[in-house]
Ligand binder design. Structure first.
Ligand code: GLN
Ligand code: ZN
Length: 765
């Protein structure tokens, strides 16, 4: 095996401190605002480009000024880096050719336009970022469009930035793509991409790049032998070229294991490994990287905790033995964390010192690089400070509440089970007296600008609590009246008081903090501020009971209490790294359990516990999935098994592909499961039946993501399809998901048709 580099820049100076990527939406969401203003026709293209350039420049400068000696470029994006790669490779489907302007064509692919549907969007590995799925079919032909990568590089070099262009690598690009109907597996097209990447590398070399980073996160997932062979072949071919920068292959979100060996057999100059979510074992088990650069991701790029510098040093030392040179890095791009902790004015200072956002992480990387170079003594004060903060975190009573732990233990021990499901169903049917095929909705009703303004005014102290409560009650009353006039059987209060289904609960439970400017990109211009789960979780007081009982007081029909499940609360928060996730899940579950019991005590007969994110936390590797499914199902059962058999538990699941979790849905043992189904033509109902599910089910009969009003006949057809798979006494009628993003008149028209369809089908039974 030869590892001698034969690229022209074989002498490319190894760097010592970097980040694998950067956030781009702007510390104050400047890019989001500019893009949305551009879409609304309020600013022109030139002004959007200027904002973007300014943000790129300040990010690069910040990284360089922090002391990173290699700075990632091409991390900027107007929407998504995978879509950028699709453009780079000339692989946008032909249907977008109808849009002549290049930027508008890009946005059409991202979000659709009057003429064309957008690309599909899906989750980026197990993060909360979403990317646009490349559509590769027999008509796709590839061609290189390197302007953006080259432009970003030139811009950075002009500013004297030690730039390292970052591009999604060919293996991951095709692994993340989907084939359209009838076309072969995209991964079979790897050979066609090789010449394009070779061309790109040569251009980047000509443009002055000494290093290029090819991102290959897919290498940490389960790969087939054929895929591994192909990876070796592709990187063998790229690294055999002489006219190119040094190649750093970046793996992250886990260990690349077998792929490390494949890459070791090629002439790439560097490998980035994730030592927070993965291990060094695969690199350590061979001598392949003995004379190459290993970029050690020891600073967590996707969570917000301050790095334990001593333990990070321990990891770095373990790399020393198997690398020619080491660079310290974040474990992945800092796209997944907020920009800067210093922007937060109101964080509890004792908890703030446990945290590190983007800016703090670059400083940690630089400190660790200095410690490696000059010895720990050279940065002793930084190590002391970190040690002291982490020590206070470990000893803080909020992270060690023995009462919470005791309660978790005892609930686990007594088993989180309810009575026999069929007996429960009979008892509930008698108590609720619902018609066959009962109609309901998923929880939220349109969040009008007025509702948002009222919430903002309350937060900003411009209206007092009693004014706020009466405004929200008026809204709840309107929503109850609307549902009654439509003839819906099981009502909801409409969730006007909730900004977000996770943040609402996080603000009411102890153990969480929320940020003011901790925005991270979820997709495109959508940003979220995930709450930070920092301590043991308790529920100081009921969280939803007043709203639910008020709604119930207005009607004789049952009103569903509406809660978010433990897995979803964790999936959309930054979670602790000092206790197992399963323990946090059960702590949250206990708080939700108390809430269900209080709702029941207040006369609420049905409680829905939403788990739309059940699929999201599924580990990337098959070997880890069952353990996750076991604890996530258990935590849902802890949350929902405190009530009497006569109280009906609903759950709601969405985000279309259930894949590996379908078999676990029966295990949740909810009395009624409403599930997204419209886009899959009810297929999920049959899938559920095959998995052994036997409780009641409400497959979504229309897609709430579209403003289109579903016709009654269409819904009747869907219900007929569902009845092919389940008996009428088990079928509910509801939309796919909550209605908060829709307009009131759309909702009225759609629900009127839904109720009419349910009535028609009932008559035929
Ligand atoms: N109850 C929530 C709502 O209706 C559920 C949202 C979701 O599934 N994402 O808004
Ligand atoms: Zn949903």
């Amino acid at each position: 095996m030869t590892t001698t580099s034969n690229n022209q820049s074989g002498a490319a100076p190894a760097f010592t401190a970097t980040s694998l990527g950067a956030p781009r939406i702007g510390p104050k969401r400047e890019l989001k605002k500019a893009i949305e203003a551009y879409w609304a026709g309020k600013i022109d293209k030139a002004s959007l480009l200027e904002t973007a350039a300014e943000l790129r420049r300040s990010m690069r400068n910040e990284m360089r000024d922090a002391g990173l000696d290699s700075v990632p470029t091409n991390t900027h994006s107007f929407y998504d880096q995978v879509l950028d790669t699709t453009v780079l490779l000339g692989a946008l489907p032909e249907r977008y050719d109808v849009v002549s302007d290049e930027l508008d064509r890009y946005f059409a692919a991202a979000r659709g336009s009057a003429e064309v549907a957008p690309l599909e969007m899906t989750k980026w590995f197990d993060t909360n970022y979403h990317y646009l799925v490349p559509e590769i079919d027999d008509t796709t032909s590839f061609s290189l469009h390197p302007e953006k990568v080259e432009g970003d590089l030139a811009e950075a070099l002009a500013d004297d930035i030690p730039a390292r262009p970052v591009v999604l690598g060919p293996v991951s690009y095709l692994k993340l793509a989907k084939a359209t109907e009838g076309s072969g597996d995209p991964i079979d097209r790897l050979d066609e991409l090789v010449p394009l990447y070779i061309d790109l590398l040569a251009r980047l070399r000509a443009g002055g790049a000494q290093w290029v980073q090819l991102d290959e996160p897919s290498l940490v997932t389960d790969l087939t032998d054929a895929e591994l062979d192909k990876t070796k072949e592709v990187y063998g071919a790229l690294s055999a070229e002489t006219d190119r920068p040094a190649i750093l292959v970046a793996t992250y979100f886990g260990s690349a294991d077998r792929a490390v060996r494949a890459l070791g057999d090629t002439n790439i100059e560097g490998l980035a490994v994730d030592l927070v979510y993965g291990t060094i074992d695969a690199v350590n088990s061979s001598t392949a990287f003995h004379d190459r650069l290993v970029v050690a991701g020891v600073v967590d790029g996707r969570n917000v905790w301050r790095t334990d510098l001593d333990s990070a040093m321990g990891s770095l030392v373990s790399v020393l033995g198997c690398a020619g040179q080491i660079a310290v890095s974040t474990s992945c791009s800092t796209l997944h964390v907020p920009y800067n902790l210093e922007a937060e004015q109101n964080l509890d200072p004792s908890a703030a010192e446990w945290l590190a956002f983007g800016s703090q992480k670059y400083a940690e990387v630089v400190t660790l690089a200095a410690a490696l170079r000059d010895g720990r003594e050279s940065v002793a004060d930084k190590f002391d400070e970190s040690r002291a903060a982490l020590d206070r975190r470990a000893k803080d009573p909020r992270t060690n509440d023995s009462r919470v732990c005791a309660r978790v233990d005892s609930t686990r021990a007594t088993g989180a089970t309810r009575g026999d499901a069929a007996a429960r169903a009979a008892e509930q049917a008698e108590r609720l007296g619902l018609p066959p095929l009962p109609t309901t909705t998923i929880g939220s009703y349109p969040q009008t600008p007025e509702i948002r303004k009222t919430r903002a005014a309350y937060r900003g102290g411009r209206i007092d609590e009693s004014e706020y409560i009466s405004a929200m009650r008026a809204e709840i009353k309107r929503t109850i009246e609307l549902q009654e006039s439509l003839g819906i059987d099981v009502l909801v209060h409409g969730e006007p008081e909730r900004n977000d289904m996770v943040q609402y609960f996080a603000e009411l439970m102890d153990g969480f903090v929320t940020t003011e400017l901790g925005w991270v990109q979820s997709y495109g211009t959508r940003c979220v501020r995930p709450p930070i789960l920092f301590g043991d979780v308790t529920r100081p007081r009921p969280m939803t009971v007043d709203w639910a009982t008020y709604a119930q007081s207005l009607t004789d029909s049952p009103v569903k209490g509406m809660l978010t499940g433990p897995v979803t609360i964790l999936a959309w928060s930054f979670v602790r790294d000092d206790i197992p996730l399963a323990d946090s899940a059960d702590q949250v579950a206990l708080a939700i359990r108390q809430e269900t019991v209080d709702l029941q005590g207040a006369g609420i007969r049905i409680v829905q516990v939403d788990e739309p994110a059940l699929r999201e936390l599924l580990p990337l590797r098959k070997a880890d999935q069952q353990a996750y499914l076991d604890w996530s199902v258990r935590s849902f059962r802890i949350a929902t098994s405190g009530v009497a058999d006569s109280t009906q538990i609903h759950t709601h699941l969405c985000y279309s592909e259930f894949g590996e979790v379908i078999d676990s849905i029966a295990g949740l043992d909810a009395d009624v499961t409403s599930i997204e189904a419209a886009r899959s033509h009810m297929e999920v109902v049959a899938d559920l039946e095959r998995s052994g599910f036997s409780n009641q089910v409400g497959p979504g009969v229309y897609d709430i993501h579209s403003p289109r009003i579903p016709e009654t006949g269409q819904i009747v057809t869907s219900l007929g399809e569902a009845l092919d798979a389940v008996t009428a006494d088990r079928l509910w009628v509801n939309p796919d998901c909550g209605l908060k993003t829709r307009k009131t008149d759309e909702v009225e028209a759609a629900l009127a048709n839904m109720v009419a369809a349910a009535k028609q089908v009932r008559e035929r039974l």
